[in-house]
Design a protein around this ligand. Structure first.
Ligand code: ADP
Ligand code: MG
Length: 695
């Protein structure tokens, strides 16, 4: 478990002076954690320099100055509304200290008449007088050094003052132990990095503005600490999984050949390349963990299916897990008929299966009667046992966390895992999120797709749009109408969608316009979706629930209301729902004026390209890695100390460093390895260390 020497840093923050039960939750929210380390990771963004002691006549309004004064006389406030004033003399003039709601007794103690004092605060000119209102610091000459300092300024939030925070952080610093260096000496020397403890002290005691820059040696070091901790954890887990593997899966190709003969198309070059990667992984005795990235419609399903058949050819089982019920069902509907034709048994298991029906599925999985299982995470609950699961595909990975991925891998004796995602992740971010997980990209669309005609229109053209849609409907078109994300609130989104639904129903009739939203029950959603896919509905009004994966190839029109409120990745995902069939498709992006620069840039990119990888890179360029990683949608974790926009070069170094460490010292046994364990614990990558114990 966590080494004892680190215990103090993982004490709760209310063990510090000045943080009580009332403040604790506020500070926790601000710093994003409950422990002393979290305070240490809360870096200053500015500083107050009290070293400046100019002659009075040379001071600038609003500047922070520290002055030597002689206290001339007190002028207590004549009434409650007027302030208490203390007139002080300096070498070259007078300065008045102003106090509202003052306590005279206290002021006489700290600023007695006829004595010298040092004061520090913000100076201003007021009615021909120099004034300092509520000086920040008051002291005697003996206290000069404690006053004339540079103070860090921290990001703050309501209810948490800078003073409280500074005090808490300073006392947290006093608990930082001396730890052995974990970095490679040559690398450390090259970058001029101080040791960990010194770095922490330096970042929290900035001397001048340069110390606040991200490329300052101390900040740089801490950023690297964090990046290395993350990369090392991912690399260790990967290495461990590979070692745990030990089954080579290489079917005779019989079923795959049969499937290939059934397909009305031949595989694209990108699909063939991805399959070669996957087959090689599966054939090796290591455990596979590969990411298959490809836009919606790039043909991931067929790749997954071929890979599953590889496992089935060896007499073992394969599973496909989708993040939602709708998606699982859809996969099943696509896959099951194809498998049936080549004599492969397949079942569907979701949370909706209960009682006898569920038991029958479970029995079939345990006996091996079902060679292929499709489902939601229900597939990987403890109660589910497979006869011999060898291969698992996880669709839409960004909805699942690393832990789930690991849990899944523990389901069979040696389950090879293929993760599929339709969210193209920029290369630099793939690295931070997945470490050096192998990646195959489907960067080539199946042939014969017509490009989607994307148009950008102001929302006040909505009536023209509705009229146009009416004409398209009469020619049999199917239309998605996506309603705006008003706030991060399903309820408000829903109101907008219901309103639009009502308007369209008025116009086109109840039987033609459906509504789906996130608050609906799974069954009800399925019914509406099914009526849209196969039945009478021509228009489907939706909140962003349709974002993930639904497949209605006949849909050729998509209207996105208030497109400026959606992120680029989201717009791209949404648009991916059309242009899947053979008909020409149109996407109408309706925006509310006035359009900000960022929204303008986003909509322009949408008009110019359909390539998800380009869009992802543009998104990264526009928003920065912090944003792209930080959003709920990405499901990825943002960094505390590293800023990928500024420390991007360190990331590649950290990856190589981590690889080298794990190659040479896979159990972190060497002296450096032992030190690196501290690093992993500091950044709460405990799970990576735990792996040494379990195997
Ligand atoms: P994804 O899962 O990546 O969104 P799908 O696997 O659902 O994409 O494929 C989208 C459509 O393209 C499906 O109808 C599929 O049959 C078809 N398709 C897949 N590969 C090819 C190919 N090589 N040539 C033509 N059509 C293809
Ligand atoms: Mg798919």
């Amino acid at each position: 478990m966590r080494p004892e020497i680190l215990f103090p840093l993982f004490a709760e923050i209310d063990s510090l002076p000045g943080i009580g039960p009332r403040l604790k939750p506020l500070v926790e929210r601000l710093i994003g954690g409950a422990h002393l380390v979290d305070l240490l990771w809360h870096l200053p963004t500015g500083l107050i320099d009290r070293r400046f002691s100019p002659p009075l006549t040379e001071t600038i309004d609003g500047a922070i100055v520290t002055l030597d004064v002689f206290v001339e006389r007190h002028e207590p406030s004549p009434d409650r509304r007027r302030p208490y004033r203390i007139i002080c003399r300096t070498d070259d003039g007078f300065v008045t200290l102003v106090f509202f709601n003052a306590r005279g007794k206290y002021l006489n103690e700290v600023l007695p008449e006829g004595e010298k004092r040092i004061i520090s605060g913000k100076i201003d000119h007021y009615r021909g007088e120099y004034q300092i209102t509520h000086p920040d610091r008051i002291g005697t000459e003996a206290e000069r050094d404690a006053i004339q300092t540079v103070e860090p300024v921290y990001p703050m939030s309501a209810g948490v003052t800078g003073k409280t925070l500074t005090k808490a952080i300073q006392s947290a610093l006093s608990h930082v132990p001396d730890l052995p260096e974990w970095h490679d000496p040559a690398l450390q020397k090259r970058h001029g990095w101080p040791d960990f403890k010194t770095a922490l002290f330096q970042v929290h005691k900035p001397e001048d503005d340069r110390d606040l820059l991200p490329d300052h040696a101390a900040r740089n070091r801490l950023a690297y600490d964090e990046l290395l901790a993350n990369q090392l954890a991912l690399t260790l887990i990967r290495a461990k999984m590979k070692k745990l593997g030990g089954r080579s899966i290489a079917g005779d190709g019989g079923l795959r050949r049969q499937l290939g003969e059934q397909l009305p198309f031949s595989l694209t070059g990108a699909q063939q390349r991805a399959l070669k990667d996957i087959n090689d992984d599966m054939a090796s005795t290591g455990r596979m963990l590969r990411l298959l990235q490809g836009d919606v419609g790039s043909g991931k399903t067929v790749v997954a299916l071929m890979a599953m058949l590889n496992a089935v050819e060896t007499g073992r089982q394969a599973a496909l897990m989708a993040p939602t019920e709708i998606l699982a069902r859809q996969h099943f509907e696509t896959i099951a008929p194809m498998l049936e034709k080549i004599g492969v048994t397949c079942t569907l298991l979701t949370g909706r299966d209960k009682g006898k029906a569920r038991q029958k599925i479970l029995d079939g999985l345990a006996s091996g009667e079902f060679a292929v299982a499709v489902g939601t995470h229900a597939l990987f609950q403890d109660s589910v046992a497979f006869h011999d699961l060898a291969f698992a595909v996880v669709d839409e990975q960004h909805r699942f966390g690393v832990h789930q991925r690991l849990m899944l891998a523990g389901k069979g004796t040696a389950v090879d895992v293929l993760v599929m995602t339709a969210t193209p992740i920029p290369r630099t971010l793939t690295l931070t999120a997945f470490g050096d997980m192998e990646v195959s990209r489907l960067d080539e669309k199946p042939p014969g797709r017509l490009p989607v005609d994307t148009r950008v229109l102001p929302i006040d053209k909505v009536e023209d749009v509705t009229a146009g849609i009416g004409r398209a409907m009469r020619q049999g078109a199917k239309i998605y109408w996506v309603c705006p994300l008003v706030e991060d609130s399903e309820i408000i989104d829903l109101q907008a969608a219901e309103e639009r639904h009502r308007i369209l129903v008025d116009q086109f009739g109840e039987g033609r316009v459906g509504l789906v939203h996130g608050k609906m029950k799974g069954k009800d959603k399925d019914i509406v979706m099914d009526r849209f896919a196969h039945g009478d509905l021509s228009i489907l009004v939706a909140t962003t629930v349709i974002e993930v994966g639904v497949n209605v190839p006949e849909a050729t029109i998509m209207v996105i209301e208030h497109a400026e409120r959606f992120g680029l990745a989201q717009l791209h995902q949404l648009r991916g729902r059309i242009g899947r069939g053979s008909g020409a498709s149109t996407c109408l992006l309706l925006y509310g004026a006035p359009l900000g620069e960022m929204s303008k840039a986003r909509l322009k990119i949408m008009r110019e390209t359909e390539d998800g990888f380009i869009i992802a890179e543009e998104d990264l360029r526009l928003r920065g890695a912090g944003e792209v990683l930080g959003t709920r949608q990405s499901g990825l974790q943002a960094y505390r100390l590293a800023n990928l926009d500024l420390h991007g070069d360190l990331l590649a170094i950290a990856r190589d460093d981590a690889r080298l460490i794990v190659d040479r010292d896979p159990d972190l046994q060497s002296p450096r390895g032992q030190s690196l364990r501290f690093l992993l614990y500091l950044f709460e990558r405990d799970e990576a260390v735990r792996y040494f114990r379990s195997g």
